[in-house]
Every structure is written in C-alpha cells, then in structure tokens.
Design a protein around this ligand. Sequence first.
Ligand code: NAD
Ligand code: WQD
Length: 342
Amino acid sequence: MNILVTGGAGFIGSHTLIELYKAGHTAVVVDNLSNSNPESLRRVAEIIGVPEIPFYQVDIRDCEGLEKVFSAHRMDACIHFAGLKAVGESVEKPWEYYENNIGGTLVLVDVMRRHDCKNIIFSSSATVYGDPVEIPITENCPKGQCTNPYGWTKSMLEQVLMDIQKADPEWNVVLLRYFNPVGAHPSGRIGENPNGIPNNLMPYITQVAVGKRKELGVFGNDYPTPDGTGVRDYIHVCDLAAAHVAALQCFSQSPSHSVTQTHIYNVGTGNGYSVLDMVKAFVRVNGVDVPYSIKPRRAGDIATCYCNPAKAKAELGWQAKYGIDEMVRDSWNWQRQNPEGY
Ligand code: NAD
Ligand code: WQD
C-alpha cells in the first residue's frame, strides 16, 4: 500500500516508516516540522536504503497544501500521527491544542474523502481511559475524564472518527491507544528528540545519564503501588511501529466485516513497571548512574496504568517483542550517540 504518514518526521512516525518499508509498503510524509527535524527522514532513508522518503512540509490544517499532496500521489490509507502532544503545554494553551489537533484532523479527513481515501489509523492514547476503572485495561473499559486538553483532543477525535465511520461505512477507522512509548531504533540513528525540558520519564532519565540534567525528580512515592511510584505500560517504539503495519490488515478485510465498526486496540506490552523499576533497569543494563530524588506527586498523574493487549494479538497477530532491557538499552544508545538530538 502507499500510505500517507502525517507527522512522519516525529518520534513514532519516523520509526513507523521503517516498519512500513520493511513490510513492502511505501509512504509519503506530511509534517509541518513544528516538533521535528527533517534530519530524521534523511536517517530513515539511510536505514531503509532508499534515496529519500517523499516529504512535504505541509500543515494538516492547510487544505490547499494537502490537496496538492493528494493530487500528486494516490494514497491507499493514512496513518495520522500529526498533533501537539505536550500535556502541560496543553493546559496553558488549550485553544492551540484543540485548533491544531482537532481542526487539523477535520481538514485532513475532508481532503481524504474528496480523494476517496477512507482508511485511517489514528494515534490515540491510554489517556482516554482517564483514571481507569479496571486494571489491566481492556478496550471494553469505559473512557474516562481526561485531566488535560491534550487528552480531550484524543478522546474527542476518537468520537469524531467513529461518527464519520458510522455515517459512511466506506470508511475504515482504526484507533490505536498507545501506552507509554520509549526506546529507539536499535541503530541509534533515530529516536525521541524533545524540545527543552522533557516531560516524559524516559527522555528525562537519558538526559540525566548523559549529564544534561542534574537529577531525576521522581513524582511521588506514596501511590498504592508495590514501591509507591507510578506504574506504567512502557512499550518499545519499534513494537509500537510494527502495530501500525499489523493494523493495515483492517483495510483489506471484506467490506461486510468492517461495516459500522471502528477497530480499537490497546497497544502496550501488558506489563506494568514503576518509575524506580525503570531507573534501576536503566542503571543495570547501561552501567551508568541516574541520580534521583523524590518530589511531590505531579498534578493529573494516576497510580497505575497498564493494558491487556490480547485483542491486538488475537485480531492482528501483533504482540510486543521487546522487553524492559531492550527499551532502556535503545533509549540510551540513541541519547549517547546523539547528545544534542538531531
Ligand atoms: P512527535 O511530536 O514526535 O510527532 C508529531 C509530529 O507531528 C511532529 O513531527 C510535528 O512536527 C507534527 N505536527 C504537529 N502538528 C502538525 C500539523 N498541524 N501539521 C503537520 N504536522 C504536525 O510526537 P510522537 O511522540 O511521535 O507522537 C505521535 C502521535 O502519537 C501524536 O499524535 C501523539 O499525540 C500520539 N501519542 C504519543 C504518545 C507518546 O507518549 N509519545 C502517546 C500516545 C499517543
Ligand atoms: C510516566 C511516569 C510520572 C517524569 C504521558 C501522557 C500520556 C501519553 C504518554 C501521549 C509517571 C513519572 C515522569 C519525571 C517522574 N502521551 N515521572 N519524573 O504521564 O504516563 O503519560 O505520556 O498521549 O497522555 O500523559 O508518562 O513519561 O510523563 O510519566 O517521576 O520527570 O513517570 O509521574 O508515573 P505518563 P510520563
């Protein structure tokens, strides 16, 4: 298939491009580079062994720009990563998050349907479960109250896409609810490249390990978890990337199979690790020190979040292959080789 990858220069998008090409697909990337560097695409091409990845520096809110891309390429499906993703920033700038993430997706979907491309995989998030009513979380777990505008954009966009699919069953919609992506391509050539102070745990750990930050603040050690620190379902980004390729099979099933159905999958490993588990694994596997101190809880955090990934295994034949040791090894390998990012 030829796949439009929005946000393809970013962390998860760049890794997904590699898995797509490995599986025999081709891709066209649209990204406005608001949170990425085109060097990632150059390195992806190098890893895949192609001269270049077709790339358009276009904002998904730019209808005319997208029209040109769709006129130049026949697309079979879209994997839609483009969006703003910083939780704290979304609290400060809710309008910008709703406008970019929701406004952008509405424009994208409109252009797609005009070009008769009605297959979409959307990057959703475990955040749509809010404080989950069951652990491990299955896809039947009700959605919950998000604690920030970023999370609401994901929850609302799920609804928007489901409603569009219901009204026009020619649409095939796949919602992938990612848990906590970490790691990097084992080559160390591409990885997560946050601007400024990292919000997420793993890039903070790697920046402490490389000497860019003094110590990790552990946000709370009084949660009802085995060691008191927050528990999450960390997933290697290469496993997450592979889940997108597996999800493409939803588009080749007979139409009767997918009528009035949106496919929803949790994408995690099913294992919960605490903050201190991650720090200890990082130190053990990589042989580097990660000083930390306990800080107050971070507003909006929950104690425990991990999934039951059985549905993706049963229906897509996908399951995570990498464990915690590979996650911390590859995160460090990327950071060590690229201390300043791209
Ligand atoms: P990222 O910031 O590295 O990648 C997103 C890409 O989208 C960036 O390259 C950015 O420049 C681009 N972009 C943003 N707004 C755009 C616009 N209006 N037009 C065109 N391009 C635009 O983030 P990521 O970690 O790769 O996340 C990819 C997707 O997965 C996002 O939708 C994110 O919300 C979602 N997600 C991420 C995580 C996570 O922890 N990383 C977890 C769950 C869901
Ligand atoms: C993980 C654990 C923190 C940083 C967020 C978004 C979610 C999704 C993934 C996009 C928690 C602790 C963290 C630090 C710490 N993104 N921590 N010190 O909060 O599970 O999920 O990213 O969809 O929507 O909310 O991930 O990596 O920020 O935190 O102690 O400096 O690490 O308290 O327990 P989170 P995270």
